[in-house]
Structure formats: structure tokens, C-alpha cells
Write a protein that binds this ligand. Structure first.
Ligand SMILES: C[S@@+](CC[C@H](N)C(=O)[O-])C[C@H]1O[C@@H](n2cnc3c(N)ncnc32)[C@H](O)[C@@H]1O
Length: 229
């Protein structure tokens, strides 16, 4: 913070201060998302139960496709993916909301799964470049305020040629549904902290991955996305 303030005063120019504002807004939004998930943490799994009956298969298939041993998971939430980690992998499990991550840690203990658990913002990961073999995120980039920045960070911390695997709900191409999803997006984001009209496959391309492919899992709304650094 002190560093930020001193660099601002060095710049001194009014225009530059204005240019700093969007980042501050992003930080505020990230704080809102974190607090929302902190509040939800205790009841999150109950609210997800109906969807989780279907998601279980999507998760299993995703983890079967994963290559490499040193894996980063961002936005791990309450740890719904933990049953799929496998003993042979070295897992780094992260989330921005401490109470969500605490639940994940508890689930890992119950399952007898080892991992490193860390609070981390996907938009600003505390890891060096080329640090992981692969990265996974499931139903995360709908709530990250700057998804391209978050995906850019995944690309930075994964080795060249490494995989990024995502499960995400995205904006449909079906006209009536598309209209409704766009209409309801602000309300859903406010109530639930998640955007329902994100174009995540395009966002992955914008983040500069070398190859990007997607598979429809439920209509064209829930997708598995695979990208290579
Ligand atoms: C819808 S939940 C999904 C949780 C889990 N991945 C799953 O599949 O059940 C979204 C998770 O992303 C986390 N999250 C949101 N914004 C984040 C950010 N900027 N960095 C890291 N995690 C974030 C939330 O705290 C929450 O745990």
C-alpha cells in the first residue's frame, strides 16, 4: 500500500491518477465476491446439491483428462474436486474466500488427501512463472471480476505446453435463452456473485493460449474448456 501511494505521488499527474481507478474498482469487486462467498460458505454445498448430481460426472471426466503431477486448482471452493485428485498428484489448492477454503481443507482431511491450501486471488497469483504442470478451475470464472486477467495468470504460472482445464457455465447461443441470460445477469451477479452471461471460451482465447477447445456438457451452457499454454 505504502509503495502504491508513493509511486502515485511520484507520478503526480491527474490523468495518471484517473488511469489507476479501474484497478481500484476491480479490487472492490473482488472484495465483494470474496465476502459473498465467505457468507455462503456454510450453506454452499446444500445449495449446490441439485446441480452437483450432474456435475459429479463432468468433474470425473475432467480429472481423467488432466496431465501432469504438479497441479494448481484456483477457486477450489468447498473442495468438490478433491475426491478426484488422486494420491500421485502434488496439489496446490487455492481460493480467495478463507471460509470456502477451510471447508476444502476439511474435505481433504476426511478423504485422506494431501495438498497445500492457500488463499489466493486468481487475478494475481502468488506463484512464479512456469511453476505448475497444469491448472484446473471449475465454475470459477463466472465470478472472477476480471476473467481475462485471471486466465492470463493461469497461463503465466503453467509451463509451456501445459494444460488448463475448466468447467464453466457460459452465455448460450440459443436466442431466447441468450436474451434472458443477458437480462438476468446483473440480478444473478448481485444475488449469487456469479455472472450467467460470460463468454469464457472467448476469454480463454483473449488470454493468449496457443490452442483452445470446448465441449458442450449441458446444452451449450455448461462446457468443458481445454487450453494449452
Ligand atoms: C461457484 S464457486 C465454485 C467452487 C468450486 N470450484 C466448485 O467447483 O464447486 C466459485 C469459487 O470461486 C472463488 N473465487 C471467486 N473469485 C475468485 C478469485 N478472484 N480468485 C480465486 N477464487 C475466486 C469463490 O470464492 C468460490 O469459492
Amino acid at each position: 500500500m505504502g509503495q502504491l501511494e508513493s509511486s502515485r505521488s511520484e507520478r503526480g499527474s491527474r490523468d495518471q491518477k484517473k488511469a489507476d481507478r479501474p484497478r481500484k474498482t476491480e479490487d472492490r469487486q473482488t472484495g465483494l465476491v470474496r465476502r459473498r462467498y465467505e457468507r455462503l460458505a456454510r450453506i454452499y454445498d446444500i445449495t449446490q446439491w441439485p446441480m452437483e448430481r450432474r456435475a459429479h460426472r463432468w468433474r470425473r471426466d475432467l480429472w481423467e483428462r488432466l496431465e501432469g503431477e504438479n497441479i494448481l486448482e484456483v477457486g477450489a471452493g468447498t473442495g468438490a474436486n478433491i475426491p478426484f485428485y488422486g494420491a500421485e498428484r502434488k496439489m496446490t489448492v487455492t481460493d480467495i474466500a478463507p471460509k470456502m477454503l477451510e471447508q476444502a481443507r476439511g474435505r481433504a482431511a476426511e478423504e485422506g488427501v494431501a495438498g497445500t491450501f492457500e488463499i489466493a486471488d486468481a487475478q494475481n497469483l502468488p506463484y512464479p512463472d512456469n511453476n505448475f504442470d497444469a491448472a484446473v478451475a471449475t465454475f470459477v470464472f463466472c465470478s472472477v471480476p476480471d476473467p481475462v486477467q485471471g486466465l492470463w495468470e493461469l497461463r503465466r504460472v503453467v509451463v509451456p505446453g501445459g494444460q488448463i482445464l475448466l468447467l464453466e457455465h457460459v452465455l448460450t447461443e440459443i436466442p431466447v435463452l441468450r436474451f434472458l441470460m443477458r437480462l438476468l445477469d446483473p440480478l444473478m451477479a448481485r444475488l449469487w456473485g456469479a455472472h450467467i452471461s460470460r463468454e469464457t471460451v472467448d476469454n480463454v482465447r483473449r488470454a493468449g493460449f496457443s490452442t483452445v477447445s470446448d465441449t458442450d456438457l449441458s446444452l451449450d451452457i455448461v462446457k468443458r474448456v481445454e487450453a494449452r499454454v
